[in-house]
Design a protein around this ligand. Structure first.
Ligand SMILES: [Zn+2]
Length: 399
């Protein structure tokens, strides 16, 4: 979450939101039933940080945000990875470690408040058993490796607490890896500690998440890792040329060879060049205005209120996201793609038809309409991700 370009400006976009567009994917009974009957894993949802910024009880229906229990149930969501997101501003401070612990506490509090609805999941087995019990599993992934602070004891502690993947870096190069968003390529990939960390993550059973890192860091991670890696919430650079945060075709092929899985990020600016251009233009214009008139100028206030009204944000659609899934399948087959929506992490930029966790049946409808078999759809909803997680567990058991 909190990708560099996420700003409060997006509040303005809501004004321009038009709800009319997505008539195409009204999920059928078949799509709904398939979604309910299949384990559905979404590998990146930013609930903990949302709750820490503005406390809300997600075990009940909530006004804001993209996730709560009733909507997750309606959408057939069974195992949303709770993102333990630590901002890059804390990278070189033990405050990052403390914040990660605090966010894990928040996840435990959700389960403590509603043990009849939620349970922590620390293994593939947990997810499968809790699915049978009708509980929503809350596995955890750490977005940004900075809380490790160069200390493998921290890695063990976070494993014990339930962290099952670590996104090596976030928006800046940290002590582990270079970030795709950071033009300083401090390590030219992974740091010496980062290389050791990947090995230790393999040994202990924590998945290596290459979302957010630089291309070089990605290639080094798959070279070192003895097991498949994940991209917990990334999309394809083919559709967003020049955006290194997404993966290009050569990387996707390398990921396929590695046996890994890319979990597609739904955010409009991740999947659509049009949406991304809109945001870049808006940000550039606003920045120029702030420099000229000052942050507190009424002109800036007027800009925030009017820009998106005058220039409606070009939302992506279910089809845009499906195009990304299709392209991965064209490149490396059906076994390497899944869902990493970034709900609660990308503001109001979500595509038409995929606005919150109740929307997954629309995506499934789209897959059915594009002639994906039920077996293939099950792989996308969880089969592929569970295969990787299982491989990581099996390797760690032997080491
Ligand atoms: Zn992110």
């Amino acid at each position: 979450m909190k990708h560099l370009h996420k700003t409060t400006l997006f509040i303005a976009c809501t004004l321009a939101f038009s709800s009319a567009v997505n008539a195409t994917y009204q999920a059928s009974e078949k799509a709904r039933a398939l979604t309910q009957d299949t384990i559905l894993i979404d590998s990146h949802i930013d609930v903990p940080y949302r709750v820490s910024e503005k406390w809300v009880d997600v075990t009940q229906a909530t006004e804001d945000g993209d996730f709560d229990y009733p909507r997750a149930k309606a959408g057939g969501l069974n195992a949303p990875f709770m993102s333990i997101y630590v901002p890059a501003s804390l990278d070189d401070s033990d405050k990052s470690t403390a914040l990660a612990h605090k966010l894990i506490d928040y996840v435990e509090a959700i389960v403590g408040r509603a043990p009849d609805k939620f349970a922590i999941a620390k293994s593939v087995k947990d997810v499968k058993e809790q699915f049978k019990q009708g509980l929503i599993s809350l596995p955890m992934g750490m977005e940004n490796g900075s809380p490790i602070q160069g200390n493998l004891d921290n890695l063990n502690t976070f494993y014990e607490r339930g962290i099952r993947y670590i996104t090596l870096a976030h928006s800046q190069s940290n002590h582990i890896a270079d970030s795709s968003y950071d033009i300083r390529r401090k390590w030219k990939g992974l740091s010496p500690f980062g290389k050791k960390l990947v090995e230790e993550m393999n040994n202990i059973g924590i998945m290596v998440d290459i979302s957010h890192v630089s291309d070089q860091a990605f290639y080094q991670a798959i070279e070192i890792s003895k097991v498949p890696v994940i991209a917990s919430h990334s999309s394809l650079r083919k559709f967003t040329p020049g955006f290194e945060r997404n993966m290009d075709d050569v990387m996707i092929k390398a990921l396929g060879k590695n046996g890994g899985v890319i979990q597609i990020n739904f955010g409009s600016t991740f999947v659509s060049k049009l949406s991304q251009n809109w945001r870049n233009q808006m940000t550039t214009k606003r920045k120029a205005l702030v420099e000229e008139a000052g942050q507190d100028s009424p002109l800036v206030k007027a800009f925030d209120e009017e820009y998106a009204v005058k220039n409606p944000f070009p939302f992506a659609s279910v089809d845009t996201v499906l195009d990304h899934i299709d392209h991965v399948v064209e490149l490396i087959g059906i076994d390497h793609v899944g869902i990493g929506s970034d709900y609660d992490g990308v503001g109001d930029s979500l595509p038409e038809g995929l606005k919150d966790v109740s929307s997954y049946p629309n995506l499934v409808q789209g897959l059915l309409d594009r002639n994906y078999s039920e077996a293939d759809i099950k792989k996308i909803l969880s089969g592929n991700f569970l295969r990787v997680w299982q491989a990581v567990e099996t390797y760690a058991d032997k080491h």
